[in-house]
Design a protein around this ligand. Structure first.
Ligand SMILES: [Zn+2]
Length: 713
């Protein structure tokens, strides 16, 4: 492999893994190049939110796969048969793979090729996609391999950052070409503040456009974007139209601005409940074209005769071709197009620098910009980061501004009420394991038990704890935490009453087993709920509080209960647990709503899901439903109504599409990590020795020579 400098053996890469919904930062070997390949040292790699939406929904065909399809950099190695490129060339990567010989490929329509696929992204065509198999890895890495025909030399006056974003600009060129515009056209652009919308606005002057009408949600962002336009531009902010889907506010506004109708609509509006955006169709004049590139999954509520009467054209398009990218590169090269102000996506690395407010950057300059202290990192879309009030602390994860039902948007008291109700439940489960030990002597005398039988009263609960973790907790992944908490806290309460009124050893033994079996899930779930309710910077304290509670609730009971058992008899120990469990059950019913929340990246950046997110076949509502809850659909479009208190009390809030079987298997997969085995063993040895001490102490100390009373033990 010839190279300008000695190349490293390994590199960092942001990858999607099979079975994971997170982006992983991995150290992997440098790609091996073949005779027709070049190796590019990545200088800039753009981020599209569609990439992360795909990771979340696990749509990657070849895993692990390096993400990222917007790439620019320098050639550092060249395959033996490549003569059209030189070491040190500044290039952009054209990520669109195709067969290069079918009827689409030879007629400037290669995005429709059956083998069409995008490096670092998805395959679109229904063909075999042999090239995608070989070149599925993208450019969110230090190096990327590509065949020589997919590189473009970057003009000298164009930065790597801008070159990486040529992909978006070229997609906008394709949309504008599809509109088939006549001179002085009036063009409506929807989702105009997203990256595709702004790309279209920057390119408008090169097409016969006399007037632009930009439609988007936020008035503030629209005004910022409007300033970038070189053609006369008006804006319509959906924010300012009130309940426009119901009142037809958008229709009225469009009729005011353009009474004769627009010549084209370039529609980048995504979202599964975007039905109402079809109101914009009313703004289309005779002979107008609707060009859709947003990935809207809803049905078009339109009488077909309307197409005939108005001579409308409806055109769907996705991706771009080499002629589109050439158009953009030519305009950048001669200086007529300046793309420095394209909207950007900001990366906030997990690990360090949380408190430092970072300026909005257009691209990720290098994979080293991401802190690799942590294996998994978070990407935050949009330039408007939410901070903790009055501080410079960036909120991780970013709460969904548009959704009051996001647990991270709940008031502090509500988050703490839920946390403490669950903490008490988890504490009580521990309390119930060890607290009966001081009662060994009275129990032994009442039921005529051997020491061996007595120790079973403690060890059976340890068994119950394990069963609870492995057989009950997984249900929470599928059905939500609230139903699991409600059922397990009720069973725990009932079993403690059973234990308190037990008249035989076996009855007491079984009551204790079932009590802890049901409550055992509270330990892992209470840790999980910390993640649901608190921001990263708060989780340390809450996890610490939880850890302290576990320790106190397991060590204190023998001390406290000794006195209670001595004065009132052993059943009172279980009555005490029943009373606290009953009160806590009421707290769980009223203060612990469902905390599971699917955070939707789309909601963070209006309409910033570009064309790449569109599948070949437009998804039907039925297709979408398994992937998006109603809530998510609402989030995708931004208008979410807060749930009433009564709605939050509902025991049930839908199931997760993940398989229940997988939820049961998942804990065992961690055994593949030596670090996990070490942690599990250390914890288990600690717990086991503690339980042995608690169990043995009353037996040893109540016999000669000590003859301690119950409270002395
Ligand atoms: Zn083809």
């Amino acid at each position: 492999m010839p190279s300008t400098t000695e190349l490293p053996k390994e590199m960092l890469a942001a990858r999607a893994h099979g079975g994971s919904t997170e982006v992983h930062l991995d150290t992997i070997p440098l790609p091996e190049i073949g005779p027709v390949d070049v190796l590019i040292k990545v200088a800039a790699a753009g981020l599209a939110l569609g990439v992360f939406a795909n990771v979340k929904t696990q749509r990657y065909k070849h895993t692990p796969t390096v993400l990222g399809h917007e790439v620019a950099g320098t050639i550092v190695a060249i395959g033996a048969d490549v003569s059209s490129a030189s070491l040190g060339d500044r290039v952009r990567l054209h990520p669109n793979l195709s067969c290069r010989q079918c009827k689409f490929c030879v007629s400037d329509r290669e995005q429709m090729c059956p083998d069409a696929a995008m490096m670092g992204f998805l395959g679109f065509g229904k063909g075999e996609q042999p090239l995608f198999e070989k070149y599925h890895n993208g450019g969110l890495a230090e190096y990327v391999k590509a065949p020589y025909w997919l590189i473009d030399t970057i003009p000298e006056n164009v930065s790597f950052d801008v070159a990486a974003k040529v992909q978006d600009l070229a997609c906008a060129v394709r949309a504008l070409k599809c509109a088939d515009l006549q001179p002085s056209s009036t063009v409506i652009v929807t989702a105009a503040t997203g990256s595709m919308g702004v790309s279209t606005l920057k390119l408008a002057e090169f097409f016969p456009i006399g007037r632009l009408i930009l439609v988007a949600r936020s008035a503030e962002r629209l005004r910022e974007v409007q300033r970038l336009s070189k053609v006369p531009t008006e804006v319509i902010a959906l924010d300012e139209l009130g309940d426009w889907p119901v009142t037809n506010g958008l229709v009225r506004r469009l009729r005011e601005i353009a009474p004769a109708g627009a010549d084209a609509i370039i529609d980048y509006m995504p979202g599964a409940i975007g039905t109402d955006i079809w109101q914009v169709m009313v703004g289309l004049g005779y002979g107008g074209s609707l060009v859709h590139m947003g990935g809207n999954g809803t049905l078009l509520p339109l009488p077909v005769v309307a197409l005939m009467v108005h001579c409308w054209k409806i055109v769907g398009t996705r991706g771009n071709t080499r002629s589109d990218t050439k158009f953009v590169l030519d305009k950048l090269s001669d200086g007529t197009l300046n793309a420095d102000e394209l909207p950007s996506h900001l990366v906030v690395p997990a690990g360090k620098n949380f408190t430092k407010r970072q300026s909005t950057i257009m691209t990720l300059h290098s994979i080293h910009d991401i802190d690799h202290a942590s294996g998994i990192f978070y990407f935050v879309g949009g330039g408007q980061l939410q901070h903790q009030k009055g501080t410079e602390i960036v909120l991780i994860p970013q709460p969904n501004e548009n959704d009051p039902n996001d647990p991270l948007n709940w008031p502090t008291w509500k988050r703490h009420a839920a946390f403490w109700s669950v903490l008490v439940f988890a504490g009580l489960a521990n309390f119930c394991v060890t607290g009966l030990a001081p009662a060994f002597r009275p129990l032994g005398m009442q039921f005529h038990l051997t020491e061996f039988q007595l120790t079973w009263l403690i060890s059976i609960t340890s068994l119950g704890m394990i069963l609870g973790c492995f057989t009950v907790a997984p249900f929470a992944s599928k059905f939500g935490k609230r139903p699991v908490f409600l059922v397990s806290a009720s069973v725990f309460f009932a079993c403690n009453i059973w234990a308190a009124s037990s008249k035989s050893y076996m009855s007491l033994l079984l009551a204790r087993l079932f009590a802890i079996w049901s409550a055992g899930c509270s330990e892992p779930l209470s840790m999980d709920i910390v993640k649901d309710l608190f921001f990263l910077h708060e989780r340390g304290i809450q996890s610490g509080v939880l850890g302290m509670a576990f320790i106190l609730f397991s060590t204190l009971p023998p001390l406290v209960c000794g006195f209670l058992i001595e004065t009132r008899g052993w059943p009172w120990y279980h009555w005490l647990v029943s009373i606290i469990a009953g009160v806590d059950l009421v707290c769980i019913i009223f203060f612990v709503p469902e905390t599971r929340y699917k955070r939707n990246l789309h909601a963070l950046d209006e309409a910033a899901v570009p064309v790449e997110n569109v599948d070949v076949t437009p998804p039907s509502k039925e297709d979408l439903e398994p992937h998006m809850s109603h809530l998510e659909q609402q989030q995708a479009f931004g208008s979410v109504v807060a749930k009433s208190y009564m709605q939050q009390l509902k025991p049930w809030s839908g199931t997760d599409p993940d398989s229940l079987l997988y939820a049961f298997i998942r804990p065992y997969l961690f055994l593949a990590f030596p670090a996990m085995i070490w942690t599990i063993l250390s914890f288990a040895i600690h717990v086991a020795s503690f339980i042995v001490i608690v169990t043995i102490t009353p037996i040893v100390l109540s016999n000669p020579p000590y003859l301690f009373t119950i409270s002395q033990q």
